[in-house]
Design a protein. Structure first.
Length: 106
């Protein structure tokens, strides 16, 4: 599912936030050493700030520039509102945006 840039409304696969977290933290500190066991609570300490940064900067977090044609249009406005309401629940935001697209709202 996609999330939308809250500034220009461009669609981004929800996994892009995860990819950016891994890109900025190549050592993957959420895998406990020496067992190499995944720890969700540690990962959340990296994922939540990245989500908050996407909420503020949008596409720029991924090294892209905003689409000037779609900037400030319905998709961007709805995405911004959903981030305000749902916070860091990116799965919920993606689901609501998917429904909005299905209904022709964006």
């Amino acid at each position: 599912m996609d999330i939308r840039c809250p500034i220009c409304g461009e669609p981004w696969d929800i996994d892009e936030i995860h990819y950016e977290v891994e890109h900025q933290n190549p050592g993957k500190p959420w895998y406990e050493w020496p067992s190499n066991k995944y720890n969700q609570s540690i990962y959340d300490k990296y994922f939540q700030p990245m989500t908050a940064e996407f909420r503020k900067k949008g596409c720029e977090v991924f090294g892209c520039s905003h689409n000037e044609v779609t900037k400030g249009k319905n998709a961007a406005k709805l995405s911004g509102m959903l981030f305000d309401v749902l916070g860091d629940d990116v799965d919920g935001i993606a689901s609501e945006l998917d429904d909005a697209e299905f209904l022709g709202l964006i």
